[in-house]
Design a protein around this ligand. Structure first.
Ligand code: 2BA
Length: 107
C-alpha cells in the first residue's frame, strides 16, 4: 500500500475533497501551515492500494496544479484596474506531494 501526503492551497481543498469522494478515494483532510510563508494550507492523507496511485495523482493534478489566473478588476479609483494594468495575471494553486510505502492497520 501507499500513503500519499498532498499539501495544497486552501482554495483548492474543497474541489479536491469532492473529487476524492466521487472516486471513492479515502482521505483525511488536515489544516496545516507552511513553514516558510506561515500561511494556512491543507494537507491530505490518502491511504491507497498501489493500483490507485495514478488516479490519485491525476485528481490532485487536475484540481490543484499551478495555473495562471486573471486578477479581478477592482480599483479604489472607481475604474477598471485593467485600464492601467491590462492583462494582469497571477499564479494560483500548486501541490506538493509525497508518496510513501505504507503498512495499513485498522483496530
Ligand atoms: P511550494 O514549494 O509550492 O510549497 C508549498 C507548501 O508545501 C509549503 O509552504 C510547505 O507547507 C509545503 N512543502 C513544500 N515542500 C515541502 C517539503 N520538502 N517538505 C515539507 N513540506 C513542504 P511554505 O513552506 O509556506 O512555502 C511556500 C512557498 O514558498 C513554496 O511553495 C516555495 O515557492 C517558497 N519557499 C519555501 N521555502 C523557501 C525557501 N527556503 N526559500 C525560498 N522560497 C521558499
Amino acid at each position: 500500500m501507499k500513503l500519499v501526503i498532498a499539501i495544497v492551497q486552501n482554495n483548492d481543498s474543497q474541489a479536491l475533497l469532492k473529487a476524492f469522494n466521487e472516486h471513492n478515494i479515502p482521505a483525511t483532510k488536515l489544516s496545516s501551515t507552511g513553514g516558510f510563508l506561515r500561511k494556512g494550507n491543507t494537507t491530505f492523507l490518502i491511504g491507497i492500494e498501489e493500483k490507485d496511485l495514478d488516479k490519485v495523482l491525476s485528481l490532485i493534478e487536475q484540481t490543484s496544479k499551478t495555473r495562471e489566473k486573471e486578477i479581478p478588476p477592482i480599483s479604489p479609483l472607481g475604474g477598471s484596474v485593467e485600464d492601467f494594468l491590462p492583462g494582469l495575471r497571477t499564479k494560483v494553486g500548486g501541490a506538493t506531494v509525497f508518496v510513501l510505502p505504507m503498512e495499513f492497520y485498522r483496530f
